[in-house]
Design a protein around this ligand. Structure first.
Ligand SMILES: [Zn+2]
Length: 276
């Protein structure tokens, strides 16, 4: 069956791909080359693809993303990409994940942030089915910090930001910040990017209990661009909306945008609404 152009397969089309008597992991494994085709790997040349199955019945693709001339920390792993893809498309829960290679330690920690972490099935090349709990024993996660929420649960932080109602790009960034996940610092952040063709892509900050596998808003948006097969070097404008707090992505995002597209970052500081 043909590979879809988008990094997403709607539930009815997933059902059509299911062989009689087959299981979803068969379909997911067959789709891994499609997911890998979205990889952009100018540094390593090592393409990784991931396919996620959502509670909605949809399938999502993700792939790794690297930037020549930028720090390795600007990279996005395929597992992060596929989680972000499902999240931006409104998926409420990821039930299973297939990956071309066994998830690295960084990604196991990132996946532990999912609301569904304790029931997430993982299928990786050359291995039988496993669970995240098997891959990440004696884990540290949100519950250890008293956080009950999880990544992919819908949110609306209702941030207040000085954004002109006609400023569509900043409004898109504010919407992304409102839906962000930052239960540890509450520095919810969103970014909106546009390119020469007028495409608008947003990204949300996804924080992690261990801090370092957090997915910055810019990386989330850049990954979303590559999953639409858009060139990140063609970005012409970028706006970040970020809630003030003990952490900030402003300088890292500005430096990365200069390295990737040679453009400045427009930054808008937000705050919680007083009526909360
Ligand atoms: Zn990884």
């Amino acid at each position: 069956m043909n590979a879809p152009r988008e990094a997403f397969i709607a539930p009815r089309d997933v059902a059509a791909r299911m062989p009689i008597g087959g299981t979803i992991d068969t379909v997911m494994r067959e789709l891994l080359p499609w997911a890998s085709s979205f990889a952009v790997v100018p540094v390593s040349g090592f393409a990784v693809g991931a396919v996620a199955f959502g509670a909605s019945g949809a399938l999502y693709a993700g792939a790794n993303l690297e930037f020549a001339g930028a720090p390795l920390s600007a990279s996005v792993h395929a597992e992060q990409a596929v989680v972000a893809n499902a999240w931006l498309r409104g998926e409420r829960e990821i039930q299973a994940l297939a990956v071309t290679a066994t998830p690295c330690g960084h990604c196991r920690q990132f996946l532990n942030e999912l609301a569904s972490a304790d029931r997430l099935a993982i299928f990786s090349a050359g291995r039988g089915p496993s669970t995240l709990a098997e891959l990440l024993p004696a884990s540290f996660g949100p519950r250890d910090l008293g956080v009950r929420a999880g990544l992919l649960e819908p949110a609306d932080h209702r941030l207040a930001a000085p954004v002109d109602p006609d400023d569509a790009l900043a409004l898109a960034a504010l919407g992304a910040a409102d839906a962000g996940y930052a239960p540890y610092t509450r520095t919810y952040a969103g970014i909106a990017l546009t390119d020469a063709a007028g495409n608008v892509v947003t990204g949300r900050y996804a924080e992690c209990a261990a801090y370092n596998p957090s997915l910055p808003a810019l990386q989330c948006a850049l990954s979303a661009m590559t999953l639409r097969r858009l060139d990140t070097a063609s970005i012409t404008a970028a706006v970040m909306v970020e809630a003030a707090g003990p952490s900030s992505q402003r300088t890292a995002a500005a430096a990365a945008l200069q390295a990737i597209a040679g453009i400045p970052l427009r930054y808008v500081a937000a705050s919680p609404r007083e009526d909360r």
